[in-house]
Design a protein around this ligand. Structure first.
Ligand code: CAA
Length: 260
């Protein structure tokens, strides 16, 4: 089993808003990063986003230009999945689609180092189920980052049925090195954050549908009434309505107590 100090290179699968944020914070924390995506265009956008976010920090003088350059320099952007063979920890951050994630994990097992730890940034899908597609369920974890990753302090950790204490300890230590606070959620649909957040967002959509308030009244009401930075409808757009729907489907199927 790899120890925390042996984690030198972090692989990230998927260069979308979560993947590029994970690559950003990992590189900023001193890790070598391999960021992969099937789309060269997504990789180019990820490089652009990371460079722009770092430039903002340089402008605010919270980072030097040399540190920003070194951070981007630690990231390899590549469409070649085999490049993840260099990583000791690989975080999958693809679209919230179970079949896609299962396929990625099956493919990953063919290219990653036999000792590497695999993690999924899934927002809701069963970690035990995803782990079952791999050759290493004992070295598999949920590592759920929040959007925007460079800003949000939380990483929600989820253990699958077979995840060992050693795997959990290494992944938790990596999350802390990335400057994050961790919480441990059970492997149930939506874990902690989305079990609570998505019904809240869904209720805001229902309230809009029922004409209880306008978009602006619902968002302002919740923003000023409960002291959150964004109203639920703005937050739904920020997360992405496709992702919100995918998570709600997982909650709907997994928590349908009438079927039990
Ligand atoms: N990447 C990097 N940094 C960013 C950023 C991004 N995409 N967006 C904003 N920032 C930084 C800004 O540079 C700024 O930094 P400083 O404080 O150092 O100046 C800081 O964040 C605040 O940004 P702004 O002043 O531009 O804007 P704001 O005050 O309105 O904050 C926000 C923007 C941080 C996004 C804030 O509105 C917020 O916290 N919103 C709620 C976000 C949230 O709830 N995220 C969780 C979603 S749920 C999830 O992710 C899980 C899931 O599975 C669905």
């Amino acid at each position: 089993m790899l120890s925390f100090s042996e984690i030198q290179t972090i692989g990230v699968v998927g260069a979308g808003q979560m993947g590029n944020g994970i690559a950003h914070v990992a590189a900023a924390s001193g890790y070598q990063v391999v960021l992969t995506d099937v789309s060269e265009a997504a990789l180019a956008r990820a490089r652009d986003t990371i460079t722009k976010n770092l430039a903002r920090q340089v402008k605010k003088e919270t980072l030097t230009q040399a540190e920003a350059d070194a951070t981007v320099g630690r990231i390899t952007f590549t469409a070649d999945l085999a490049a993840l063979g260099q990583a000791q920890l690989v975080v999958e951050a693809a679209t919230e689609n179970p079949d896609l994630k299962l396929r990625i994990f099956r493919d990953l097992c063919k290219v990653v180092h036999p000792d590497a730890i695999l993690a999924s940034n899934t927002s809701s899908i069963s970690i035990t189920m995803l782990a079952s597609a791999t050759d290493r369920p004992e070295r598999f974890m949920g590592m759920h980052f929040m959007n925007p990753v460079p800003v949000m302090k939380l990483v929600e950790l989820i253990r699958g049925l077979a995840t060992t204490d050693e795997t959990y300890a290494v992944v938790q230590a990596v999350a802390e090195k990335l400057g994050k606070t961790t919480v441990l959620g059970r492997d149930m649909p939506g874990f902690i954050v989305n079990r609570v957040l998505m019904p809240y967002i869904n209720e805001a959509v229902q309230a809009l549908y029922e004409g209880i308030g306008s978009v602006s009244d619902i968002d302002t009401g919740m923003k000023l009434g409960t002291n959150v930075p964004m109203g639920p409808l703005t937050l739904a757009d920020f997360i992405g309505l496709d992702t919100c729907l995918a998570i709600m489907e997982v909650l709907h199927q997994g928590l349908d107590y009438s079927q039990q």
